[in-house]
Design a protein around this ligand. Structure first.
Ligand code: ADP
Ligand code: MG
Length: 296
């Protein structure tokens, strides 16, 4: 069963195409990363999934229902945390967590206490005194303490310090182990890379790439550094070899995954002093999409 599904979903704000042809499938048990630069359309997509915004055209279903018409039913089985949390200033963090829990009805008391300890939140302080990070913690604790099918996070760690970000990641992995589905947006690649088993990249309202991390890595390049007295001209001329730089007996270049075998075969015919390979990162793939954007 697909927990989230959209086909050719679009959203216009006036004449502006905020989303164009969004095809998205989030499978049960998946940690699905939704990444893209600011303004790409991440929050707009999530708001449609929540039934807060109405799509302009196309199909969308969440937990097998229409988020616009079946919003109430859907919300009993999902939780959502936005990137910038506002709270009732006169209530304490603890009161807000309890209140949100009672509204939702699916909060687990023991889990809530564990999360307050884990995130080191002082629940007795009034929300007005909380920093952005603490407001974020309140919303995350309230959501993570709920036992639901789908967890939607829109840039959830934007106000958290690195230690708390790690704790958030642990919580997401626990949910994953419990078979829950998580859809998480971010413009920070490293957090998505650490958590997600499937990634969709959105840019200017369109999904430009999607797949498992393994599949996306095929689109990236491995960087090789070679020390040798031999001549590497033949390698520099191979298809799929880029950014070839040579200094005294040292060569550095990047290789497309599909060209790796050929390059390694060539390297096996020469006398190597040393060889290092840097694995491709998703960051690099992402940067290429940014580059495309800059060219326009
Ligand atoms: P992201 O979350 O990826 O940073 P958003 O989904 O918030 O991006 O925004 C996508 C685009 O839609 C942006 O250009 C933004 O200015 C525009 N946009 C978002 N909400 C509205 C709105 N209510 N009215 C008009 N334009 C909007
Ligand atoms: Mg956003």
């Amino acid at each position: 069963m697909n927990i989230v599904e959209s086909k050719s979903m679009t959203k216009k704000f006036g004449n502006f195409d905020a989303l164009r042809n969004i095809n998205l499938i989030v499978k049960k048990g998946q940690v699905h990363g939704f990444i893209g630069p600011n303004g790409a359309g991440k929050s707009t997509t999530i708001r449609i999934l929540l039934g807060l915004l109405k799509k302009t055209s196309g199909d969308v279903s969440v937990l097998n229902q229409d988020p616009w018409t079946d919003s109430v039913a859907i919300h009993s089985n999902l939780v959502y945390v936005p990137g910038d949390v506002s709270l009732w200033p006169d209530l304490t963090g603890g009161e807000i967590i309890d209140f949100l829990g009672r509204l939702h009805g699916k909060q687990n008391e023991q889990r809530k206490a564990e999360l307050i300890a884990k995130f080191q939140l002082d629940p007795k302080k009034k929300a007005a005194t909380y920093s952005k990070g603490n407001r974020q913690k309140v919303a995350l604790i309230a959501a993570l303490a709920c036992d639901v099918e789908l967890y939607l996070f829109d840039e959830p760690t934007s106000g958290l310090d690195p230690l708390m970000e790690t704790i958030f990641q642990e919580c997401v992995l626990e949910l994953k182990q419990a078979g829950k589905t998580i859809f998480l947006s971010s413009h920070i690649l490293s957090e998505v890379e650490a958590l997600c088993d499937y990634v969709s990249i959105i840019r200017q309202g369109e999904i430009v790439e999607s797949g498992t991390l393994e599949e996306l890595r095929h689109l990236t390049r491995t960087t090789l550094t070679v020390k040798t007295d031999d001549d590497l001209t033949a390698i520099s001329e191979l298809a799929g070899v880029y950014d070839f730089v040579s200094t005294a007996q040292q060569y550095r270049f990047s290789v497309e995954t599909t060209a790796l075998n050929t390059v390694i075969q060539e390297l096996s015919t020469i006398t190597l002093q040393s060889l290092t390979a840097e694995p491709p990162s998703l960051e690099e793939l992402f940067m290429r999409h940014y580059d495309l954007q800059k060219e326009e």
